[in-house]
Design a protein around this ligand. Structure first.
Ligand code: AMP
Length: 287
């Protein structure tokens, strides 16, 4: 049974989504940038390149078994899909923002009946309804930030990442509606009927992400330092320890460490008298 997966064809989520797919071992061939779909080499998997906002609907309908999209897109669509894993990129917030000059500090101060420009009308409606505030939604397909300047809206609801677009347009965020990042979503039926294929892809991508944040460290340490080294790297099972032919005073250790610990670990090992310290990238880490 062919597994069909949808990937955003452009925008902020596209590049990293393709990178994760490729690193997880799915070969998209040479043509993927020019084609709307590709058959993955040597696997019964098809990858389609479509708009991120269409993906929740395609997955809910069963046209696609899996998709990469943003939590914001899934929430706005209101579609029933399973969120299978968070992908740690495309972080942003859907925020209510007002002109700096308005002096408005919170949603309570927004006037009844004001105009709110957004490309997220469903989430915006729900949010203001939950605050018992009547507003008029002005639908835009992008660039909501310009609407107050043009006199077309009083408030906006838009995605904010660094916040620099808001600042440039003299707007200020006063409340977040949701926080978002890229996720893999699955069709509710496919996650059961194509369970092995679905979780094969999901766990492959998770193993790539886990590997990216870690390094493989090898070193030769003085034997007497072994208890200290074991304390330094408790890990799942501590370091792998190996004898070195012809040396009774030294041992070789191999250990997987967090990237953030590399600098301190190498310096501490050096102070202990370690030699031949190597750090290497890891392709995959399957716990
Ligand atoms: P920034 O200036 O970094 O706050 O980015 C704001 C602009 O980028 C807005 O126009 C948003 O619509 C868009 N944006 C920010 N983050 C994302 C995201 N994760 N996915 C899609 N669009 C985003």
């Amino acid at each position: 049974m062919t597994l069909r997966m949808a990937i955003p064809n452009k925008g902020r989520l596209s590049e990293r989504a393709v990178e994760l797919i490729q690193k997880s071992g799915l070969d998209l061939g040479e043509e993927w940038g020019r084609r709307l779909y590709v058959n993955v080499r040597n696997q019964d998997i098809e990858v389609m390149f479509v708009r991120a906002q269409d993906i929740p609907g395609f997955v809910a309908d069963g046209a696609m078994d899996l998709g990469v999209t943003g939590i914001d897109m899934v929430a706005e669509s209101g579609q029933n899909v399973d969120t299978l894993t968070e992908l740690g990129f495309g972080h942003c917030r859907l925020s209510v923002a007002v002109p700096e000059s308005s002096g408005i500090k919170n949603v309570g101060e927004i006037a009844e009946g004001c105009r709110v420009a957004t490309s997220f009308p469903n989430l915006t409606k729900k949010f203001f309804a939950s605050k018992n505030k009547k507003v008029n939604i002005v639908n835009v397909s992008g660039a909501a930030e310009i609407m107050p300047y043009m006199g077309m809206s009083d408030v906006i609801v838009d995605l904010v990442s660094s916040g620099s677009t808001l600042k440039t347009n003299r707007l200020v965020a006063i409340e977040d509606i949701i926080t978002s990042q890229a996720v893999i979503i699955g069709n509710r039926n496919s996650v059961k009927t194509k369970k092995d294929a679905v979780f094969g892809i999901v766990s492959s991508i998770e193993s790539v992400m886990a590997a990216e944040s870690r390094k493989y460290l090898m070193a030769v340490i003085p034997k007497k330092e072994l208890p200290n080294v074991q304390r330094m790297f408790p890990g799942v099972a501590g370091p792998t320890v190996m004898n070195i032919a012809g040396r009774d005073d030294m041992l070789a250790i191999h250990v997987v460490i967090d990237k953030k610990e590399v600098y301190d670990s190498v310096n501490t090992l050096k102070k202990m008298g370690a030699k031949g310290i190597l750090t290497l990238p890891i392709d995959r880490l399957v716990p």
